[in-house]
Design a protein around this ligand. Sequence first.
Ligand SMILES: O=C(O)[C@H](O)[C@@H](O)[C@H](O)[C@H](O)COP(=O)(O)O
Ligand code: SF4
Length: 606
Amino acid sequence: MAMNPTVERVTQRIIERSRSTRAAYLDLVERSRDQGLNRPRLSCGNLAHGFAASGEDKPAIKSGKAMNIGIVTAYNDMLSAHQPYGRYPEQIKIFAREVGATAQVAGGVPAMCDGVTQGQDSMELSLFSRDVIAMATTVGLSHAMFEGALLLGICDKIVPGLLIGSLRFGHLPTILVPAGPMPTGLPNKEKVRIRQLYAEGKVGRDELLESESASYHSAGTCTFYGTANSNQMMMEMMGLHMPGSSFVLPGTKIRQELTRAATHRIAQIGWDGDDYRPLGRCVDEKAIVNAIVGLLATGGSTNHVIHLPAIARAAGIQIDWNDMDDLSRVVPLIASVYPNGAGDVNYFAAAGGMPYVIRELIGSGLAHPDILTVYGQSLEEGAQQPVMEGDNLRWDPAPEVSGDDSMLRPVSAPFQPEGGFRLLKGNLGRGTIKVSAVDPSRWTIEAPCRVFEDQNAVLDAFKAGELERDVIVVVRFQGPAANGMPELHKLTPPLGVLQDRGFKVALVTDGRMSGASGKVPAAIHVSPEAKLGGPLARLRDGDVVRVCANSGELVAVVPAEEWSAREEAVAPASAPGVGRELFALMRQHSDPAERGGSAMLAAAGL
Ligand SMILES: O=C(O)[C@H](O)[C@@H](O)[C@H](O)[C@H](O)COP(=O)(O)O
Ligand code: SF4
């Protein structure tokens, strides 16, 4: 199948733009590999420390003859998605022995649950926690005891952080090992209905808690199509998971067999075998484009327009929002997973899931099949779904047709002809908007604005009845340099109430939204941010603002001479508490959202 000309053109543009940085990166990968198996370079003392506590694996590790797999784990009990990982290292050690290899936990990384911190001060640590995870990943892998890595992480900033860190050890073959989604609980639309009733004061806290607990009820990834499940989609599109392993429930036999298969596979693609597949070569320009295409085709999380540039930079690849906007014009929306539609990821998986999506995108020339996956000769083998045959795991071809066309449709008959991402530009700066969950009648909103500098002030104004009109709510000083660029997802219920009451409503912010945010049009990630002199600092209550996803406009309708003469508002002082003061260095040196919002990558000159 010939590649779509726009996908080909954008891919070549990225290759050209990245030529020197990609060459430098691949040189690092080669040099790290040519320094040989890391363990022989360690001293006897280093080695002895490294395997002192390895028990029955000590002879094998000491001999240096068997592959030693480094496990980097993001286990904790805060993320329902990561809770199953508590038992994975012991399982993986057993699976490694089955193929004459060994495994050790190289290190743990922190993981923030954005659901627990949503709307809290601690959400201001969320974006930068990605870089803490990346650095923690390098701390684990820097022990240099390993010839391959298995990464245990699923949620928002964790997969990006694990990848960024592991890419700096790009000579190591590496596989991401998922744990699977939570079984479906209270339908997401019912959860939202109760939230809006609570926002209107029509139900109490007890009823809200019961509703939330029925939605988020057990181990596994939350089932909306937010950043975590978008991570899973991207790993499938980049060939870094075993095929079709993302959306298989935790605690099942097939889930365990998928973990076993990943462990056996990493032992086959290590560099002392004849099928060496270093991570640094798996993550190339085509794989990154595949991730963007998958994000657009499935209506994935807006957070990835920030994380993907950061992941790409860690591999010497430079992408920007123009690339995404160009691709969005030719990639149709073929999935409708909540908040874009009614059904959650379990319904998406049952309808054909990622194997079907990969089949459709390759078959239509929108995804590059010729990438170095961890499992096969091309991404075409990613269009397979795992099934159990007795006690044995096998892979069957993806379904030729969707099992539920309310969830998944062919490229030939999509939900929308274009992807859900739009780049917005104008005298308010550059921003992004995800329209896949927004009714087309609301793709253009023009109304007087009300300017806030704190999301709680918006909630107070709503409760005081001050927003009962057509209004563009502006929340500024929410960028990386200001306060760490939190998600403002707590604003979704009140803005949704206003929208349901018939008002024209939109949000404009230099902050972020959750991947679970949907129905209210939101121009987010506005750059340059207000803290750094961005135009949002000049807005005043009552200015008419126009957000238009059709024309790509983000403008203040203010006469040019008045606009340029405006004084900029002064940013509120950074507040201490919940550890925010320890992230000051990241705020002070972060680069803009479009580059990934990373002080770490900026300082590294990547
Ligand atoms: O980007 C994301 O997907 C979100 O950060 C998500 O991980 C977060 O947990 C949401 O806040 C959950 O949605 P609710 O807050 O609506 O439960
Ligand atoms: S999807 Fe979000 S809320 Fe759910 S476990 Fe992951 S980080 Fe937490």
